[in-house]
Design a protein around this ligand. Structure first.
Ligand SMILES: Nc1nc2c(ncn2[C@@H]2O[C@H](COP(=O)(O)OP(=O)(O)OP(=O)(O)O)[C@@H](O)[C@H]2O)c(=O)[nH]1
Ligand SMILES: [Mg+2]
Length: 419
């Protein structure tokens, strides 16, 4: 979707799926991210979504009147639509029904950059599309019938719908195969990293909370200037970016920036991003970034917690980082948390100090004497920014080092003393 199109929102406010002011803003922003301007809105309070017409049958006429008066291209719903609703609206109007999840999929598909993100989005899209395919099957079926049958023409006897379904299923299995192959490749890289046993920290949280901003502020303090994309929009980040962080007096660690979560993310998308989010599952520490200036931040926080559970990351130690403190009406004061403004370098130092304390729990400070001929061990130790030369004599170096507890064994014979 290139040029700006326009739409009205047709929403149902139910007890299970409320549609409040923030949900309105979020849906309008999702549309905006797809270059769709929202010109009008009709909201109906119901016990549940109508399975034939989404809103109640009496309300449909009102929706049609507004859509026609404003000459919109789309009618956007706040929850998933079924094939039945799509089919019923197809009979009524040329305007296309889009649901919230379709908007999210559209944004994902435009923004996905890496091959694996692209494949995951395509898979999620097809999984979402398949049960919602409606086609002019009767029409094509009649045409095919008139050309006569026979084995050679068997394909013609199929309805357009079946052809489409088959085509999508074929693509689906191809994409799944391609993704598997990529994952094998990425696993090799990951195993390489695992061998190095570097502490892994991941930034997680609701979309637009400030994860990428924090990543960049940390990078600004490290010798890695490979920054990531930041923008005031939903789903600015779709890929997981992992960077090596080397900052004086902090043991080296890996920091991953990840895709933001959102309310009611469809399970097809959660499934699709499970592999992108494997970095999160394999982390030693999670920084849960929360936009404390958003009136709905507690809801966003619980959505993130629920999503972490869904991807199997609920048992990883977590620090809550209440971000955008400069914009928040009141300070967010909760146990086991900090409140920061990502753009304040001193706040980033406080965050880094907390990370450092967590890392050091897994490290031992040792004094080693390593002979000069142990070049491999020396190379490993000198690669760390925490290693200090205490002394040097004709036999070798005396070093103060920090080594991961899991790795301490290999240095045993060089130990002069533990600290
Ligand atoms: N005033 C203020 N703005 C912030 C702060 N942190 C981030 N922002 C802004 O918030 C917007 C979103 O920031 P991002 O870092 O892209 O957010 P994200 O969590 O990575 O978002 P997604 O990638 O979409 O999940 C940007 O416009 C940032 O400049 C903060 O502490 N204070
Ligand atoms: Mg981001």
């Amino acid at each position: 979707m290139k040029d700006t199109k326009n739409a009205i929102i047709m929403a149902v406010n139910t007890f299970d799926n409320p549609f409040n002011e923030d949900d309105k803003d979020e849906l309008i922003n999702l549309a905006k991210a797809c270059n769709i301007q929202v010109d009008g809105m009709i909201v109906q309070n119901l016990d549940r979504i109508n399975k034939d017409t989404y809103v109640g049958p009496g309300k449909v006429e009102e929706v049609m009147l507004l859509a026609n008066e404003l000459e919109v291209d789309f009618i956007i719903t706040n929850a998933d639509v079924s094939a039945r609703v799509i089919r019923n609206f197809d009979k009524l109007t040329d305007q296309i029904i889009l649901d919230r999840n379709m908007l999210i999929l559209e944004i994902f598909s435009e923004r996905a950059k890496s091959k694996s993100a692209q494949l995951q989005v395509e898979i999620a899209k097809i999984n979402y599309e398949l049960p919602r395919l409606v086609g002019s099957s009767e029409h094509l079926g009649r045409q095919a019938g008139s050309t006569g049958g026979g084995l050679a023409n068997r394909g013609l006897g199929e309805t357009k719908l079946e052809l489409e379904r088959r085509d999508l299923n074929r693509k689906l299995s191809q994409y799944r195969k391609d993704l598997k192959a990529l994952e094998v490749q990425q696993n090799i890289q990951k195993q390489q990293r695992d061998k190095n046993a570097v502490f892994r920290v991941s930034l997680v949280g609701y979309t637009n909370a400030g994860k990428s901003t924090i990543m960049n502020q940390v990078l600004a303090k490290s010798d890695n200037d490979n920054t990531v994309f930041v923008k005031d929009m939903l789903f600015a980040t779709l890929d997981t970016f992992t960077r090596n962080i080397r900052i004086d007096s902090i043991p080296e660690f890996l920091l991953s920036d990840t895709i933001g979560f959102i309310n009611n993310l469809h399970h097809t998308l959660i499934d699709a991003f499970k592999s992108t989010l494997s970095e999160v599952r394999d982390s030693d520490l999670l920084l849960h970034i929360i936009d404390s200036s958003n009136p709905d931040y507690l809801k966003h926080k619980s959505i993130t917690e629920k999503t972490l559970k869904e991807i199997g990351a609920q048992d990883i130690p977590i620090i809550e980082v209440y971000n955008k403190a400069d914009l928040a009406k009141e300070p967010a004061l909760y146990p086991n948390s900090i409140s920061i403004n990502a753009y304040n370098p001193e706040d980033i130092d406080i965050l880094l100090d907390i990370i450092k304390q967590r890392i050091l729990k897994h490290y031992s400070k040792l004094t080693l004497h390593v002979p000069y001929d142990q070049s491999q061990i020396l190379n490993t130790l000198f690669a760390s920014n925490m290693t200090k030369i205490l002394d040097q004599d004709e036999t070798g170096y005396t070093l103060e080092v920090y080594v991961a507890n899991d790795h301490a064994k290999q240095f045993k014979k060089y130990i002069k003393h533990f600290n």
